[in-house]
Ligand binder design. Structure first.
Ligand code: UD1
Ligand code: CA
Length: 458
């Protein structure tokens, strides 16, 4: 059978978020609210139309050309929003209507809704859920025979109806022929001046058409995000799901409740995540790594066997068996080679560190191309900025930079060269040579004894 099409309503402002960002662009595990429901919709429909309005340009910019967009100029309610998408839809077939603010609905539930709709050969099927706290949702009002009669919004509940725990999830399956015929006759709600999509239930019933409902088993999936408290709650639910899937695939988490992983992050088998590990964006981790505690990686590629403790890594690549931290900061554009050691209080920026090299303590390395097996002593600084421009430093294979040295860029240290501790290097150092660039030491015999004696006499 042909797949249904989908319309996702995402034009609302989301007043209750108290935000300048359109509600559907607020992030949940690194992706906008709208992204999550789109993934579920894509799995069960042939085409997705997004109804946009508030912040339309921002929404389009994020989601790009893969979708059809229908614009709702004025936000006159969910029914009015769906009306805007009708010209893009064929006259026959099935239509799934979803809300942009229900990110936890999984594709399986949408499949069940479509199947229930087909089984009953209904004109419309409403996806409902039982909620412990139904406050704020439209409640399902049933007729004597138990069939769905209408949906009452919180604002319009009659006495006693607030206790009804069955709610409207805001997702529906429609027969397009019936929808196209009757959507235009939706009444305008007197209290709010809006056209409620929920009023399609009585409209279709009065026309003698069949309206059914399908109740989802796990009510928590139906959560609609209207405010930031609900956003945080949904994020914790989604994190549980992401973490559970990773653990099933062979990742160890010491404390999954304290491990924060964005949707789409990949992690190899036998990697161990310690608490307070945060993995964001397009991050991919290899096998047998040890990350955390307290490690934050953003858009970073990590090879197999890497250890990274208490460190921050941004937009960089860490190759196999490297050891990072504790307390390292690796900034964008860096490649940390295989077996490299980056130790405590080290900052690396836009640099390549060759295989097996070591930057173990208290150093800054910026805009540097470092070969293999280089050793950087404690407290070395690459002086990459002259106040106007950044310059490149090259350090060739096996060079040994003594503690507390400055390399003033642009400069090159040849392979196997030594730099004496405390040097400020301003000229290239040829391969295999020793550079000393510091004042010669002078010892003044007996000085301190004389000094102290004078002090006593005063
Ligand atoms: C809606 C339902 C309610 C249901 C709840 C589920 C109606 C009248 N009420 O209420 O029965 O329990 O969802 O979460 O449908 N939107 C537009 N254009 C508009 C108005 C809204 O595109 O003019 C979009 C919003 O961006 C949002 C979705 O429709 O993604 C739902 O709108 P919202 O205002 O959040 O409706 P609720 O009050 O939650
Ligand atoms: Ca809502």
């Amino acid at each position: 059978m042909e797949l249904p099409r989908a319309v996702i309503l995402a034009a609302g402002q989301g007043k209750r978020m108290k935000s300048s960002l359109p509600k559907v662009l607020h992030l949940l595990c690194g992706k906008p609210l709208l992204w999550h429901i789109i993934q579920s919709a894509k799995a069960v429909t042939s085409e997705q139309i997004l109804v946009i309005g508030h912040g339309a340009e921002q929404v389009k910019n994020y989601f790009g050309e893969d979708f059809l967009y229908a614009e709702q100029q004025q936000q006159l309610g969910t029914g009015h929003a769906l009306q805007q998408a009708l010209p893009n839809l064929p006259d026959r077939g099935e239509l799934l209507v979803l809300c942009g603010d229900t990110p936890l609905l999984e594709k399986k539930v949408l499949e069940e809704l479509i199947l229930a709709h087909r089984r009953e050969d209904a004109a419309a099927t409403v996806l409902t859920a039982l909620m412990d706290n139904p406050e704020g949702y439209g409640r399902i009002i049933r007729a004597e025979q138990g069939e769905i009669e209408r949906i009452a919004e919180e604002l319009h509940l009659a006495a006693g109806q607030e206790k009804i725990r069955e709610i409207n999830t805001g997702s529906y399956c429609f027969d397009l022929q019936a929808l196209k015929k009757f959507l235009s006759v939706l009444p305008q709600n007197m209290l709010k001046g809006e056209y409620y999509l929920t009023d399609m239930v009585p409209v279709l019933r009065e026309a003698g058409l069949k309206v059914c409902s399908y109740k989802i088993k796990d009510g928590r999936q139906a959560l609609g995000i209207n405010d930031r408290e609900q956003l945080a709650w949904a994020a914790s639910r989604l994190r549980e799901r992401i973490n559970a899937a990773l653990m099933r695939a062979g990742v160890t988490m010491i404390d999954p409740a304290a491990t924060y992983i964005d949707a789409g992050v990949q992690i190899g088998r036998d990697t161990v995540l310690y608490p307070q590990t945060v993995l964001e964006g397009h991050t991919k981790i290899g096998e047998n790594c040890r990350l955390g505690p307290g490690t934050h990686l953003i858009n970073t590629l990590v090879g197999d066997g890497v250890t990274c403790r208490q460190s921050v890594v941004l937009e960089s690549t860490i190759q196999e068996d490297a050891v990072i931290g504790p307390f390292a900061h690796i900034r964008p554009g860096s490649t940390i080679g295989p077996g490299v050691k980056i130790g405590d209080f080290v900052e690396i920026k836009n640099s390549a560190i060759g295989p097996g090299s070591k930057v173990p303590h208290l150093s800054y390395v910026g805009d540097t191309r470092m070969g293999p097996a280089v050793n950087i002593g404690a407290g070395c600084i690459v002086v990459n900025y002259d106040g106007r421009r950044k310059h490149v430093t090259r350090i060739e294979e096996g060079a040994f930079i003594g503690c507390n040295s400055n390399l003033v860029a642009p400069v090159k240290v040849g392979s196997g060269a030594f730099i004496a501790a405390g040097s400020t290097i301003t000229r290239d150092v040829p391969p295999g040579s020793l550079a000393i660039a510091r004042a010669k030491q002078e010892n003044k015999a007996g000085f301190s004894r004389k000094f102290l004696k004078k002090k006593k006499e005063q």
